[in-house]
Design a protein around this ligand. Structure first.
Ligand SMILES: [Fe+2]
Ligand SMILES: [Fe+2]
Length: 255
């Protein structure tokens, strides 16, 4: 096995261990806090949290199937273990949001048209495109959870936002590691074109997210420009070159 292949295996194994360790850790959230959302806060965040709770809870069966195929083709079993544990962490976000919603009397959604569109695009896609659609949501989650924490005086909701935000930052590094593996052999010109198309998709998605969730962003004094700027900056960090060993170090440092 080449040194590079060994490093890729080590990175996937490090991510598996990272997600596995976090799975058993307590959420550390202040559920005992008795603050309830004011009417204005409820109006600003309830509908938005409903949508994010639905989106975070995806089962990811197709993504896992595609991940398994890829993992077999490159003989990297840790890739699919890490992917499965990552999906479980997203589902944990969904459960935390649901627990908060239940306290606040916010009903859970069974489906939403935007979530449906995202899922339909991912059905049509291969593993890379599916990951890129997922990454788009992850990138936007960063400014979103920053804004959600800033949109309320509820200590519980602020803490939920910051715990999920920290997880999402790690998810972006994980996605970067996976995309780097999948696109390693691609010609630089084609990689550049795909990156630009991904940016266009991100800008379009920011417009849709702003339309549906501007009450949260506005409550936290976010303009559309700031949402766009922060999303593009997260995307740039994702695209910046890195070696697998740097990725592995980044994972290990999180323990
Ligand atoms: Fe999440
Ligand atoms: Fe995530």
């Amino acid at each position: 096995m080449s040194a590079q292949a060994e490093e890729v295996l080590r990175a996937s194994k490090a991510w598996s261990s990272y997600f596995a360790a976090k799975r058993t850790a307590a959420d550390g959230l202040p559920w005992e806090c008795d603050y309830t959302l004011s009417n204005a806060e409820h109006r600003a965040v309830a509908g938005s949290i409903q949508q994010f709770q639905l989106g975070e809870g995806a089962e990811g069966r197709r993504l896992l199937e595609r991940g398994k195929k890829w993992a077999r083709s490159v003989n990297n079993p840790h890739f699919v273990t890490a992917l499965a544990l990552f999906i479980k962490e997203e589902q944990r976000h969904s459960r935390i949001l649901l627990q908060f919603m239940t306290r606040e009397g916010i009903a859970a959604l069974r489906n939403h048209w935007l979530d449906g569109i995202f899922r339909r695009i991912r059905v049509l896609a291969g593993l890379e495109l599916e990951l890129r659609v997922l990454v788009t949501a992850e990138v936007i989650a960063v400014p979103y959870y920053r804004a959600l924490g800033g949109a309320t005086k509820s200590l519980l909701l602020r803490e939920i936002s910051s715990v999920i935000l920290a997880d999402e930052a790690a998810h972006l590094r994980f996605q970067k590691s996976m995309l780097a593996q999948i696109t390693a052999r691609r010609a630089p010109g084609l990689r550049c074109l795909i990156t630009q198309l991904h940016r266009v998709f991100l800008v379009g998605t920011c417009c849709v997210v702003w339309t549906g969730h501007h009450s949260v962003f506005r409550s936290a004094r976010y303009s559309f420009g700031r949402l766009l700027e922060e999303s593009l900056s997260e995307m740039s960090a994702l695209e910046a070159p890195s070696t697998e060993s740097a990725v592995s170090r980044a994972v290990v440092e999180d323990f």
